[in-house]
Design a protein around this ligand. Sequence first.
Ligand code: AMP
Ligand code: MG
Length: 319
Amino acid sequence: MSFLSICTTETIKSAALALKNRHLVAFPTETVYGLGADAEDAHAVARIYEVKGRPADHPLIVHIASLDAMGQWAQDISEYAITLARDFWPGPMTLVLKRSDLAKDFITGGQETVGLRVPAHPIALALIKEFSAVGGKGVAAPSANRFGAVSPTTAKAVEEELAPYLLESDLILNGGPSLIGLESTIIDCTGPAPMILRLGAITPLMIEESTGLVALESNPNATRVSGSLDSHYSPKAKVLLDVIAESGDGLIAPDQIPTPNGVIRLSAPSSIEQYARELYLALRKADQLGLGVVVVVQPGGEGLAAAIRDRLGRSAFVE
Ligand code: AMP
Ligand code: MG
């Protein structure tokens, strides 16, 4: 059975109706593919947890159509949070704000905060807007992968990963490969200054330039951010960082690094953007090829490179 839909105005409309009728719709965003459900519907949201195999106390990001909908889901929004929203939405940034009554425990994991994002992908935005047109207020969507696994950056990857757990009435919208390839930057905006809970394409420098405030970086153990668990973003293959690849290993490394004899080159990015865009696809390819080991040569530098190293550090974690 195939869940994949090519996106036309009609399919997006019927996907919005499917959401309203409590079904799940996986959809493309510029970061990674999300597994969406009506954020007001406890039953639909419970199915996200089921399909992902995710513990129920992890909060979900609510995707909204524009900054105007912020006030429905959040309250006491600080000035710098509005500045960030103005500067970077639609875009790869999630703001954690004090929740309103609309954001129930099944969305926030019982926390007093809610994560909000306006994604920049045209199909994601069209879906959320159509969903509003049929009375929806927000689409809850974590990455469309099984808990702890690598986030999907193509519709095919979503199908390969989740098809066994989806129902016939669920949908996967195909919007091509995600252009960024790494999950959103998560910023806690409930304190006097922005606190970065997860690194991403919106960098600390960009946050500082936007708000005039120094962005703090969180102690990942302090808040329940599933992407901050130690073991996450993990393929089945063992990920080894910055070692010499041996024959039979997979290799992900910047293009100037040559491929040793017998090593399977999975990605050879020539820019940091390409590195981010291809990383998860390359890790998935390692599993498709049944490789035991993937050696990854990490990128140097700040910004997006630091976000990549953050994910790699977690995917390489061994107990
Ligand atoms: P994913 O979309 O799978 O990358 O996961 C979304 C991330 O946002 C998860 O790590 C969540 O724990 C995090 N998140 C969502 N809402 C909140 C919140 N209210 N406070 C802290 N983290 C959040
Ligand atoms: Mg995730």
